[in-house]
Ligand binder design. Structure first.
Ligand code: B1M
Length: 212
């Protein structure tokens, strides 16, 4: 019979939220290490989701349901993951820039980052530039992630980067940007450290930037 970990892997991959919740609870009752459930069952499944998306075999709906299933499993697991067992890959503050209320993509990026072991502070939508800055001073984040979906709100990213420079904080934090109207060239021009066109590449970019 398929192991409970492989079952969790398959349920996350297929976005079967209720089954993920049920099987994670069973795995905990069977005394399987929460870290093993997370790493071998769920994170590996999300890596596969990312690979399938990049290969054009999964689309946004499949990625969203898998991310939701993963998030539900993580909610069950959270109380069992002690600080000593899990070392976050880094702390990231993420938000949609001022004037912009689109958050589906930002939430997907957040879920994928959390699924890959990052601690994510969600600043929400329509985020005041000062809120991004105080996430660095008050919450000691390693990275700021800004999302924008409208051509008129994307220019709101550059002032945040300039404020980091002016406050002497630019060297302490990486900046990742994303959102449908953005480009690599735009990211370079405003002085961001990187641009990710989708959630799975946001994860690989965050890993790369934070391991530098
Ligand atoms: Co609006 N909207 N919308 N909208 N909306 C767009 C963006 C638009 C392109 C539609 C269109 O006209 N074709 C257009 C913008 C045009 C432009 O830029 N010139 C538009 C407009 C005009 C507007 C309003 C102004 C409409 C109006 O009121 N007249 C208004 C603006 C409100 C505001 O924000 N101030 C508005 C409102 C809304 C709704 C509220 C109805 C709703 C948002 C609901 C919500 O988010 N909770 C909405 C929606 C749903 C869309 C479309 C249809 C879909 C966006 C979406 O969720 N895509 C959109 C049209 C489209 O994109 N085809 C549109 C799915 C999502 C998973 O993809 O967000 O691109 P995306 O995220 C991707 C990547 O971009 C990347 O990874 C994600 C996952 O792969 N990514 C990152 C995103 N953020 C990232 C951050 C990163 C890294 C990667 O690092 C930090």
């Amino acid at each position: 019979m398929e192991s409970i970990i492989s079952q969790i892997y398959s349920h996350v991959l297929l976005g079967q939220q209720k089954d993920v919740i049920k099987k994670v609870k069973i795995a905990i009752q069977q005394d399987i290490s929460p870290v093993s459930i997370l790493n071998n069952g769920m994170i590996t499944a999300m890596s596969e989701v990312g690979r399938l998306f990049e290969a054009g075999e999964y689309y946004i709906p499949e990625m969203l349901v898998a991310a939701r299933a993963m998030q539900s499993g993580m909610n069950v697991l959270k109380p069992y993951l002690t600080d000593s067992e899990i070392h976050p890959a880094g702390r990231i503050a993420i938000g949609t820039v001022q004037g912009d209320y689109h958050d589906i993509g930002k939430n997907l990026v957040k879920m994928m980052l959390e699924g890959s072991g990052f601690e994510v502070i969600d600043l929400g939508v329509d985020v005041d530039p000062n809120k991004f800055i105080s996430s660095v001073t008050d919450q000691q984040v390693d990275m700021i992630g800004m999302s924008a979906l409208i051509t008129t709100t994307m220019p709101g990213m550059q002032p945040v980067i300039q404020m980091l420079v002016d406050a002497g904080l630019r060297g302490r934090v990486k900046v990742m940007v994303g959102g449908a109207p953005l480009t690599e060239e735009f990211a370079r021009r405003i002085g961001a450290d990187g641009y990710a066109p989708d959630a799975s590449r946001a994860v690989s970019l965050a890993k790369a930037l934070l391991s530098e």
